[in-house]
Design a binder for this molecule. Structure first.
Ligand SMILES: [Zn+2]
Length: 338
């Protein structure tokens, strides 16, 4: 029998014996018999190379090395398959950590709203709510905005069946509160408001405001200033300055636009504050005597201050959000940053 025939026989026998072996132990025995130690089958075949001519020796050596590689590979493949089957049969391991379901979080606008509420709650303001569908009287007339007054254009809204409309600001909650409670009053009213604005980087037809109202005997503009300074420092950091600029609102007199010193550049001037060092954040003023008359309070006895701010705007300032529409697009990659 020549060497190539012996190699062929060995290949067949090995395949038969290996497939007949049913346990890893038996397979190891087959492997050892053919591949391991000085007395193994393969070593015997290599020993026969010595009796061949130099030319045959080279061919025989190549053939034997190929056979050796094949046999080893067959053993490796079987062992691997065996391992996989074993893993498959493993019972569930209750000590493995569970898979967490993805957790939701508060919307950035809600977070800012909650933070604003918390600051004023610490200052003794109650949270009150009013309906989003409001009547014309509470939204306009009782706030000293007569039907044909030009200032009404600034507060235009979506009209439903008369006298109903979607409130254009949270100020009607002032009216509702003063009709229901007697002074002293200290409330904030958070909620949604509606304006027929086209959506762009800084406008949405629906957004959020927080309204504040304090009414009593001897409530002063100085107290308004103190409250808003405390708010600005709590919200934007100690050392934040406030600046009051004269302005006009129908329901307050005097009225002011309130700016805070830019907390990004420290009031030196940057792109966020358009180089001015100041950021406009809210409107405020002393409650107009006409508003007190509309709710049956004596303007000779009571005074009060009111303020209102857009929550989206504050949220954008705090986090450097460039476009108000991001808040409504529901992209998780945006929302997960907050
Ligand atoms: Zn700045």
């Amino acid at each position: 029998m020549d060497l190539s025939t012996k190699i062929e026989e060995t290949r067949k026998r090995f395949a038969q014996e290996l497939s007949a072996a049913s346990t890893q132990e038996e397979r190891d025995r087959v492997k050892n018999r053919y591949l391991s130690g000085p007395k193994c089958v393969l070593r015997g075949l290599f020993g026969e190379l010595g009796r061949l001519s130099p030319a045959q020796k080279a061919d025989g050596g190549r053939a034997l090395n190929a056979l050796k590689g094949e046999l080893e590979e067959a053993c490796r493949a079987l062992a691997q398959q065996d391992r996989r089957e074993k893993e498959h049969k493993l019972p569930p391991d209750p000590s493995l950590p569970g898979r967490l379901p993805p957790l939701g979080r508060r919307h950035p606008v809600t977070q800012t709203m909650d933070d604003v509420i918390e600051v004023f709650a610490r200052l003794g303001f109650d949270v009150v709510h009013g309906p989003e569908i409001e009547n014309e009287r509470n939204n306009f007339q009782a706030l000293n905005i007569p039907l044909d007054h030009p200032s009404r254009d600034a507060f235009d809204t979506f009209y439903l069946e008369p006298p109903w409309l979607l409130r254009s600001h949270t100020s009607p909650v002032q009216v509702r509160t003063m009709l229901r409670r007697k002074p002293p009053i200290r409330v904030i009213a958070p909620g949604k408001v509606f304006r027929p604005d086209k959506a762009d980087a800084s406008h949405l037809p629906m957004f959020h405001q927080v309204e504040g109202l304090a009414v009593g005997e001897g409530v002063t503009f100085a107290q308004l200033k103190g409250v808003l300074l405390l708010f600005a420092e709590s919200m934007f950091g100690v050392g934040t300055q406030v600046r009051f600029r004269p302005s006009f609102f129908p329901f307050t007199e005097p009225s002011a636009e309130v700016d805070i010193s830019c907390f990004i550049c420290g009031a030196k001037g940057c792109s966020a504050c358009k180089g001015s060092g100041w950021m406009e954040i809210l409107g405020a003023g002393m409650v107009h005597p006409h508003v007190f008359e509309a709710v049956g309070l004596d303007p000779g006895r009571f005074t009060g201050f009111a303020f209102g701010m857009g929550i989206e705007r504050i949220c954008m300032l705090r986090h450097g959000v460039a476009d108000i529409r991001y808040f409504l697009e529901n992209h998780l990659r945006f929302l997960e940053q907050f």
